[in-house]
Design a protein around this ligand. Sequence first.
Ligand code: ATP
Ligand code: MG
Length: 824
Amino acid sequence: MNSVDAYAAELLEGLNEPQRHAVQHPGGPLLVIAGAGSGKTRVLTHRVAYLVRSGQCGLGEILAVTFTNKAAAELRHRVGDLLGRSTRGLWVATFHSACARILRVEAEKLGYTRQFTIYDSDDSKRLVKRCLEAEGADTKRFTPNAVRNQISDHKNRLRSVEQAQDLAAGHYDRTVADAYAAYQKQLVANNAMDFDDLMGRTVDLFERYPDVRERYRRAFKHVLVDEYQDTNPAQYRFLQLLCMDDPMHQAGPSGGGTGRDAKGGGEDTNALTAPLAGEEPGHRNLMVVGDDAQSIYGFRSADIRNILDFEDDFPDAEVIKLEQNYRSTQHILDAANGLIGHNSNQRPKHLFTEEGEGDEVRVRAMQDDHAEARWVVSEVERLAGEGVPLGEMAVLYRTNALSRAIETSLTQAELDYQVIGGVRFFDRAEVKDALSYLQWLHNPANTVAFARVVNRPRRGIGDTSVGRMLNHAASTGVTPLEVIADPAAAGLKTAAVKAVGAFAEQIAELRETLFGAPDEAGVGGTASGSDLRVADLVEDVLRVTGYRSELERSEDPQDEGRLENLDQLHAYAEEFDAEGTAGAGEGTGSEDAFHALDRFLQQTALLSDADSKANGPEGQVTLMTLHNAKGLEYDAVFLVGLEDGIFPHSRAIDSGELEEERRLAYVGITRARRHLAITWARRRAMYGPPQSQVPSRFLRELPHEALDETSPEAMSGQPSFGGSERGRRDFSQIGRIGRGSSPSRPGGPPRDLSSLGLKRGSDLVSSKADAPPAPTWQPGQRVRHVKFDTGEVVRMDGDVVVVHFDDVGEKRLIAGFARLEALG
Ligand code: ATP
Ligand code: MG
């Protein structure tokens, strides 16, 4: 063995026989198909490193694709570790980002500029809505979401507008096809592409420009795909075009087409344009790895046949199966296998593990979503106490809407976390703008907030003017608020002076709402707005400054999303106001608006800061949807929101398509190495007031042998904490949480409640919608309050408890909210 071979062979250590075989595969089509945690991704990363080390190709000649950004980052990281050097030049990407990267260079060939915008699904939904409205379609019957999904399906199957129109049989399909035509026209006019276009346009590019295709084919000598079970026809075609000799011969019996569509029973015509003549043979170095049990993108036109029929598509393909699971302990694997066994369309697999039995899986029922969030956080703390790093824990949910309660609880417990996928709510530009207005009203010396808002919405105050005002403030030691009172003094030109004058008037109006009439200097005032609510202030800011009306007038579909975010901010402030009033059980009732604003800004700053905090050595707890969790693994996993209608999703229940949801649950369970807890809540507020929930049917499908002894009770619909140990921990959290942004209480008292010296409800915060029964207190009882410290109960007055505190005297507190602790 020469030294190069020896160097490469190092990479074979720590692999089992079939894994080695795959890593050393000489080239040509290769499929690795195996269950979760069997080392498919490991094989893929080792192969990338092996190809480089053995001198078969350079880093820059490899394209490795997967489905999520997180998984792509993980792949890059693993390859970097193996090679022990930078992975610069290596293309590791999601399908979409690889295509976006290609299109940034080539877009002009397709009639776009390189600066084309990428519309996310919200943007595209809005554009579809406008197209439907322009057509006069009934958007109740043709909901923008459904129509968008149909258009997306056409695109993912590489059907052009004309083909969609030809295929349309009934009125519905024709309306969709017409909307597709209008939508596509608009996209081009806006110099924008939606996500599906990224794939579709790249395929177009390769088909229309053989020379371009040839360039990329030469550039990538090896193409490797993780999670191949989730590829759709467009992605399949993309891979064909990049690797195969003559895609025409891959197209199946009808000739031409994506191959996939053509073999699918022939109902589809295909999108292929002309045959590609006179080009060089493809390298055929395509390695794909996947697991049909983890196919979870059928709803986005992924075609499981891509993996099941790989051998038919590529008759000379080698197929390798892996059977040992290296990730999870036996109980977790049993739970996963038991669940997926309920799917009838599943290839049976024989997975075994040598990791031992491990912990049993725990299923827990909670009273509501807040209690669930707090339980998860208390478990995170318990595991952290046992030495599990935060970075090794993940909370997974079916839809993003489930993250907020968990985020709030984590923030209150001061635990570092990250949310994968989507910009965090408080980091969105429009939300930041609105908060900056509040910050500046709150603190006129805040130049950052001033600079952010002074020309938003645009009011003709240019950067130069802003710079002059900031300089003037700095050199004369005044606040920007004083500067705008006399903009000419800052050396602004007439037009700018006028624009700033109008802005100053708006600010004066807002300050008057906040503080009452201004004093002569116009810079202060007496706090008089004691009944002012933060939610109203948010609305006033948006109205008075013209921020809202500018968005309302806009034609840009993204602005509708911005408006929705502002509505959400308003709802969030309302929730905050409601708690403020409820919490004023603390008695004073004299909290002025300024004070409330203070707390509001602090709270939002904390929430928005959590992400940018330096990542501690312990890492951060990861929050994400199950779809985003594909391919990843954590020591501890929490699956939350296991309720019928949420998971399985109501859409899947209605259409009877439960198998894909079950595969998604299988993906979730198999992310865990050694700890797995699954929760559901009896009541949950998703988009409005709390609703009663029933446990997910998937819970009943988990094999009992894999679960701990408390789980069956939790699956029966009764709330439980699953034992005193957890109950105690849960309660131990409450004192620290205090009156926060999220009203909550745990599902019910732990059985040893009295031994904790707590009375039900007395130590808890509650939402208005779900207030706990008020506890009763006996006169003479000694109590402790978080803020007023110790005192003695005088009497009960309905829901109000009157307490004489040792330091501050008599206070009337709402018993259900006051968090009194019984002493002695
Ligand atoms: P999924 O289907 O969830 O994507 P996978 O098949 O891609 O899973 P990997 O993530 O590659 O599985 O591997 C799971 C875990 O097992 C990883 O921590 C990996 O390092 C480990 N592993 C895989 N093969 C071996 C092996 N031969 N020896 C030791 N550990 C291994
Ligand atoms: Mg994997």
